[in-house]
Design a protein around this ligand. Structure first.
Ligand code: NAD
Length: 315
């Protein structure tokens, strides 16, 4: 019997369980394997999700497990395992604890799913994606970070509210690190083709860009424990669909740049076309001076985290 098409979602926490649900609802694979180190948690969530299929009518099967052997031959792995931050923490405070989790998971993904494309969600996103790639040794096009889709979704939502337009018409672009140094790009952000600088003045746009940069912290402070999970899961499932269905979507993703935007050998958020081969190409926008300086700063912040990983002996 041939093996079913398989996606693995690592981590059955807030982001992982909803990502698994969205992948199952979209029927992105015959089997969605949800794996966690907690005994019972992935099994319980899988059972609950499979029972919801009886009502919803989708045909994927969700399998909960603690055994890496069940993930073998996955076409796509979505890595959500790791600690989220709490109030007052920066994402970089998670480097050591989540770095070790990335290294553990990479060991069995490399061995059991050598042809997989891997989407990293674990924070701090940019250095964790770089670490995952280093540990896997896969081609860079098959190891991609999810952050830009979420950050752009936040910018879109704030713009839609401010302009009183439907959020479906807002198309935002946010580049750079998944942190306060991220680079929202109003010039590349439109409402159904109309550039937002024609609809809002600069101070109003800057205010919304700042709220976007602090969008994760705003939710962390409201929740008190844990961080956002619905929109992050939506972003992860969108990227999964773009890859598995070969949609060639142009999305902001954390990719390995090799000269693009003037940077060499670093993972950073850039516009990329996602399809069957993972990152099919990076799309180089022309940036004004302000955005170029902001990109230099954001790459500097990522490199600092990567250096910290090296000092910790993790990379
Ligand atoms: P959570 O605490 O709800 O879930 C994390 C899960 O990972 C837990 O169930 C835990 O048992 C599991 N886990 C720990 N070590 C594991 C291992 N070695 N193998 C398998 N599972 C393991 O956290 P969450 O809210 O789901 O967030 C998960 C991660 O995603 C955090 O690092 C968070 O910061 C990050 N995140 C990233 C973005 C983004 O835009 N990239 C957005 C939201 C959250």
């Amino acid at each position: 019997m041939s093996q079913p098409s398989r996606i693995t979602v690592v981590g059955a926490g807030h982001v992982g369980m909803i990502t698994a649900q969205k992948c199952a609802e979209k029927e992105l694979a015959e089997e969605i394997v949800l794996i966690d180190v907690l005994e019972g948690r992935p099994q319980g969530i899988a059972l609950d999700l499979d029972q919801s299929a009886a009502v919803e009518g989708w045909g994927s099967r969700v399998v909960g497990t603690n055994d890496p052997a069940a993930t073998a031959g996955s076409e796509l792995v979505i890595m959500t395992a790791g600690k989220p931050r709490g109030p007052g923490m920066s994402r970089s405070d998670l480097l050591a604890v989540n770095g070790k989790i990335i290294a553990d998971v990479a060991r069995y993904v490399r061995e059991r799913s050598p042809d997989a494309t891997v989407i990293v969600v674990t924070n701090p996103l940019d250095p964790m994606t770089a670490l995952m790639r280093a540990k896997l040794g896969f081609p860079a096009r098959r190891v991609i970070g999810m952050a830009g889709v979420l950050d752009a979704a936040r910018f879109s939502w704030f713009l839609a509210e401010k302009l009183a337009v439907g959020v479906a018409d807002v198309d935002a672009m946010v580049l750079g690190a998944h942190g306060d140094s991220m680079v929202p790009l109003p010039r590349a952000t439109t409402v159904n083709g109309v550039p937002v600088p024609e609809l809002l003045d600069r101070p109003a746009l800057e205010k919304l860009a700042d709220r976007t940069k602090n969008g994760g912290a705003e939710i962390v402070n409201l929740l008190k424990t844990g961080s956002a999970f619905f929109a992050p899961a939506s972003g992860s499932a969108l990227m999964a669909k773009a890859i598995l269905r070969d949609e060639k979507r142009l999305l902001p993703c954390t990719c390995f740049v090799n000269g693009e935007f003037g940077f060499e050998g670093v993972y950073v958020g850039v516009p990329a076309v996602l399809g069957r081969n993972g990152v099919e190409r990076i799309v180089e926008l022309s940036l004004d001076t302000e955005a170029r300086i902001a990109m230099q700063k954001t790459v500097g912040a990522i490199q600092k985290d990567v250096d910290a990983l090296r000092q910790l002996g993790l990379m």
